[in-house]
Design a protein around this ligand. Structure first.
Ligand code: BGC
Length: 779
């Protein structure tokens, strides 16, 4: 029903506005379409009619908690409900333009619908000139709505190397967001996973810019739905690429601490996923809360205005991160008070501020108004920001009435969506070791499922699940299985023993560090003795941002001890890793019979794991990062040759636990016959055709990810060891062989030189697939 209202409404609106041919002020350059012309015209009219206070309100984002009805203890009442007095203050006095998140935990669809009705009412009743835009961090599913379909976290999606799957993920998440009335998703994270200590490593698409770019584009296609005119239908959401830019490159590994990123690496590594997202129409961006090269992200005019908006032509709006104008004063110490902070951030290019609490939001609006009146923020800059915000609201169709039509989303958490989440988990879980073919397991083996992460969904999902830190089991999705439960379902209670072995916890709550302690070791050992195989599930306590800061990448000592106890009993041990970042497990790798990385596989991760371990489905995931072996050595796959130089001067010192792109499967895939159709590239127009034969040498169907790397042999700046330039994922029936074709061009040979320009230098190159390599020249 609503879809019909939407379509007719929009058609009428566009017809009406298309009749106005006149070019409008501040119109975006470039991709102007009849629809965008019409939208700009409409925005002109709204801007002309808005007071200063109303414009400022559009740039203000508050958290839902500000509006919720509270009890005497100042806790949100349940079921959650909007307080009319607080709503009136936010909308009628401060004209707030955006709301985010939930109070403290996941809500039912019914609660969301009630809230949405309340927060839309001021616009629907004609009390405000623009509707609100509502955003949440639905980063691996609509995480704040009960029964939202929860997929693997982004790092797991990256391990699928599957663009179709990434788009499908985006589609489901967008649909379920809209079912909850939410039209803006603070996702995807496009920060590069180059600092495994960082608590948000799991939110990234891994260490490689090409993989992150390709999958990032696909996720955005899924979120926004790809339409020619850039309009978003009621089943899709605005994407928010974040956090622009360099947030993940923190030197200390701790959240929101400084990064040093030279221009070369900014351009080669950190920019590409964002640039591609802008080209792909991403509607919004969130700013880096940290500091890059001494400048806090929120006051970096060069990055926000010059590069993002002017050079790249980004037409959407930039939202600050949580409380960032306050942090410019209190944490980064670049502004002597909040007033100066607001001016610095807004003038640098931040369009909307995630203020987001009370009384800060009232203060923000008052200070913004003062700054414009004092002439410290120009009216043009304010209009530009509001225009950008209204543009996104128009593209989302939010000016249409009746946004909140819950019954229009019958496929919320449908069986089909759950199957997609299960398939994503199946495709991401990565086999890292399988000695003497211990896997697949046999159904008649007696298995001890053990370890601190084996029997709670919080470990499979990680942070941003039902609550910010995702650590409260009270909100776990009903009906979804823990690893222990999935084993029992699959092999029956008789063949499945369970012992926790150790407990993972955070000492003293949020401020504390992750710890573990042994639990009933004798029970664990007694059950281990009875088992044919021990599936030991180890990993991390759920966390993100500051609460996720750790002191060392080493996995906790007690988890190492659990493995060693099992080895001491001469038992076959399958180590199952459930972790957001790669934790050092070197001391227990050699004696493990098999090792499986599940990342944070989501609500269906346990089912997927069991299907893979018993060989019902073949493994296909490959690591989207280099898995470190030592706490003191963090290396990446594209390291220059010097990184591999040993003390003896030999070149063999590059020694990760597992390399980027690594992943085993049942059976072997053979690569042969690497061919190139020419021995040189001579100009921008030339296309080098590359082909390789890939054969499934086993009797089990397989999906294989084929990775193509290019190596520049000599260059005026030390070249990367190799760079991922293409990949493909293909299904192979037993014994099937396929020829896979790729094309590369001069673009793929370029690097950023000392002046900061992308150039290609003549000379020798190699194209490499698996262990095969072919030389060609750029002449
Ligand atoms: C995080 C963002 C998130 C925002 C809203 C911040 O603390 O850094 O990634 O989108 O909160 O929840």
């Amino acid at each position: 029903m609503n879809r019909i209202i939407y379509t007719f409404g929009l058609l009428f609106f566009l017809f009406h506005l298309n009749s106005c041919q006149e070019q409008t002020k501040n119109q975006p350059q470039g991709n102007s379409t009849p629809n965008s012309d019409a939208i700009e015209k409409q925005i002109d009219e709204i801007l002309d009619s808005m007071s200063l206070e109303e414009k400022v309100g559009q740039t203000c984002q508050i958290t839902l908690d500000v509006l919720l009805k509270k009890n005497e203890e100042n806790k949100a009442i349940e079921p959650a409900e909007v307080d009319p007095a607080k709503l009136a203050e936010a909308f009628n006095t401060y004209h707030v333009g955006s709301i985010l998140n939930v109070g403290s935990h996941t809500l039912s669809l019914k609660e969301w619908n009630g809230i949405m009705e309340a927060v839309y009412a001021p616009f629907e009743n004609g009390e405000t000139k623009a509707p609100i835009i509502y955003g949440v961090d639905a980063i691996h599913g609509v995480n704040y709505t009960i029964n939202g379909t929860l997929f693997p976290q982004e790092i797991g999606l990256a391990a699928t190397w599957d663009t179709a799957m990434a788009k499908e993920f985006g589609d489901v998440v967008a649909y379920e967001c809209r079912a909850s009335g939410i039209h803006w998703n603070f996702s995807p994270v496009l920060d590069l996973g180059r600092q495994p200590l960082w608590s948000r490593h799991f939110e990234t698409l891994g260490e490689d810019p090409y993989l992150a770019t390709t999958l990032g584009e696909a996720i955005i296609d899924g979120y926004q739905g790809k339409t020619k005119d850039g309009m978003i239908d009621p089943y899709h959401t605005a994407a928010c690429m974040k956090h622009f830019v360099g947030y993940s490159g923190t030197n200390t590994g701790r959240d929101r601490t400084p990064a040093w990123i030279p221009e070369k690496y900014m351009k080669e590594l950190y920019f590409p996923p964002f640039k591609a997202a802008v080209d792909n129409g991403a509607l919004t961006v969130m700013i880096n809360s940290g500091v890059v090269n001494g400048v806090p992200g929120h006051i970096n005019h060069k990055l926000l205005t010059k590069i993002l908006k002017e050079d790249w032509g980004f037409e959407g709006f930039a939202v600050s991160d949580w409380e960032d104008y306050i942090m410019l004063h209190t944490v980064h110490e670049v502004a002597k008070n909040h007033y100066e902070a607001i001016i610095m951030a807004f003038n640098a290019g931040v369009d909307m501020s995630m203020v987001p609490n009370t009384p800060q939001y009232q203060e923000y609006c008052q200070l913004m108004i003062k700054a414009v009146k004092d002439g410290r923020i120009s009216e043009e800059r304010l209009d530009d920001a509001v225009r950008r915000i209204l543009r996104v609201k128009f593209k989302l169709g939010l000016f249409e009435k009746n946004q909140n039509q819950a019954d229009q989303y019958p496929d919320y958490n449908s069986e089909a969506s759950k199957e997609k989440a299960l398939n994503a988990a199946l495709a991401s879980i990565t086999l890292l070791k399988n000695e003497n073919d211990i896997l697949p397991l046999k159904k008649d083996q007696k298995v001890l499922v053990a370890g601190p992460v084996a029997d709670d969904l919080i470990f499979l999902n990680g942070a941003w699940t039902h609550t910010w830190q995702g650590a409260d089991p009270k909100y776990n999705t009903e009906g979804c299985k823990t690893i222990k439960e999935a084993f029992i379902d699959y092999i029956g209670e008789k063949n499945c023993l369970y012992a926790q072995g150790a407990e993972l916890f955070v000492e003293g709550g949020w401020g504390g560090y992750e710890k573990s302690k042994l639990v009933a070791s004798n029970d664990y050992k007694a059950k281990a003795r009875q088992a044919d195989v021990i599936v030991l599930c180890i990993g991390e306590f759920p966390s993100t941002e500051k609460p996720g800061d750790i002191k060392s990448l080493n996995i906790t000592a007690e988890q190492i001890e659990l493995a060693k106890m099992a080895y001491a009993l001469n038992k076959k041990v399958v180590l199952v890793l459930v972790e957001g970042r790669p934790r050092i497990i070197r001391p227990i790798v050699d004696d493990a019979a098999a090792i499986v990385q599940t990342y944070l596989p989501g609500d269906y991760g346990a089912e997927a794991l069991v299907k893979l371990l018993y060989g019902e489905v073949n493994f296909s995931g490959k690591l989207p990062y280099s898995y470190p072996k030592y706490d003191g050595i963090l290396e990446f796959y594209d390291h220059p040759r010097s990184v591999a130089r040993a003390k003896s001067n030999a070149f063999d010192a590059y020694d990760p636990q597992w390399d980027f792109g690594y992943g085993l499967k049942y059976g072997t895939i053979g690569y042969s016959n690497l061919k190139i159709d020419s021995d040189s590239i001579q100009s921008e127009k030339d296309v080098l055709k590359v082909s390789v034969d890939v054969k499934n040498q086993s009797e089990m169907p397989a999906n294989e990810i084929i990775q193509l790397y290019v190596k520049d042999q000599f260059a005026s700046m030390t070249p990367a060891g190799r760079k991922l330039k293409r990949f493909a994922k293909i299904p192979l029936a037993p014994q099937e062989q396929k020829t896979v074709n790729f094309e590369i061009t001069l673009e793929d040979l370029k690097f950023v030189d000392i002046e900061g320009n992308w150039i290609a230098e003549k000379g020798q190159f190699n194209v490499m697939i698996d262990t095969l390599s072919k030389r060609f020249d750029y002449k």
